[in-house]
Design a protein around this ligand. Structure first.
Ligand SMILES: [Zn+2]
Length: 280
């Protein structure tokens, strides 16, 4: 039996209504849905799709004078560096000039927060909008005024807040957490190895005197060489002393450079792991 024009009109109208309902549903889902883990963010393809064993040395906070003074020494070790900069202790004009010089010399600058807030603690008494106004927006403006558009954010204190993941996912290609070798449970250790799969997070191993675990780090480097993944490591101010807490002994970095050569690992930067042109 053939449908008459009225029935056709009703059918088309019904289909359009259905499509409309689906579109509105998808839109509402996108607005209200909150990811609880980075794995729920859309993966980004890395600009280095070819997997390779590598280390990524990152240095955190605002020790720009210290890093500037050590730049030639780091170069002599063959280690590229990424700095996760915070402005918790305001940076002077001179500090910013040093940041510019480091950038000109190939050091990468990434975001570590305007105030270096412990996000989960801060969110106990504040909402995410306030966190953004205090920690993120002024930091992005300040970096932008120096021509820096960060690709990545490192949680201050390594303290992750799931409520912020969606917001951070809109601004950054990669979020760096921490993997404390002496506290990590078995299994979490694998999270320190980046697989070049566009994943939006990576856990870094600590190089500071109080948390550096040489056997764990060496094991990670050996594993990276075999499976061609990247190990991200983080330190802070560089010192010639193996005893001071939360500082990184230069001897540790010299040791890292030896292991890097031994395992034939590349020295990469965070920008080699993420391609923010693929951002949603
Ligand atoms: Zn920090």
């Amino acid at each position: 039996m053939k449908a008459n024009p009225k029935q056709w009109a009703r059918l088309v109208g019904g289909l359009l209504l259905l499509v409309g309902i689906v579109l509105v549903g998808v839109r509402l889902y996108k607005v209200w849905w909150q990811p609880s883990h980075y794995s729920q963010l859309k993966p980004l393809l890395a600009p280095y799709p070819k997997k390779q064993g590598a280390i990524v040395l990152t240095l955190d906070d605002g020790y720009v004078r210290n890093w500037f003074d050590n730049r030639n020494w780091l170069d002599s070790l063959g280690l590229k560096t990424t700095i996760y900069l915070t402005e918790a202790d305001p940076l002077s004009i001179t500090d910013w000039q040093l940041v510019d010089s480091l950038r000109a010399a190939g050091v990468e600058i990434e975001a570590h927060g305007a105030r270096h807030l412990n996000a989960p603690e801060y969110l106990e008494d504040h909402d995410t909008t306030t966190w953004r106004a205090q920690e993120l927006d002024p930091h992005l403006s300040s970096l932008a005024s120096h021509g820096i558009k960060p690709l990545s954010f490192a949680w201050p204190y390594g303290a992750e807040a799931p409520e912020l993941i969606r917001m951070l996912g809109r601004h950054f290609g990669l979020i760096r957490g921490c993997c404390h070798p002496k506290r990590v449970k078995a299994g979490r250790f694998e999270d320190a190895l980046y697989q070049y799969d566009g994943a939006r997070s990576v856990n870094a191993l600590c190089l500071d005197n109080d948390l550096f675990d040489s056997s764990r780090v060496k094991q990670a480097l050996a594993q990276a060489a075999v499976e061609q993944s990247a190990v991200v490591l983080y330190g802070h101010e560089l010192v010639n002393d193996g005893q001071v807490r939360t500082k990184t002994n230069k001897a540790t970095l010299a040791c890292l450079a030896r292991w890097q050569r031994y395992y034939a690992l590349q020295s990469l930067q965070i920008r080699d792991l993420v391609d923010d042109t693929k951002m949603p």
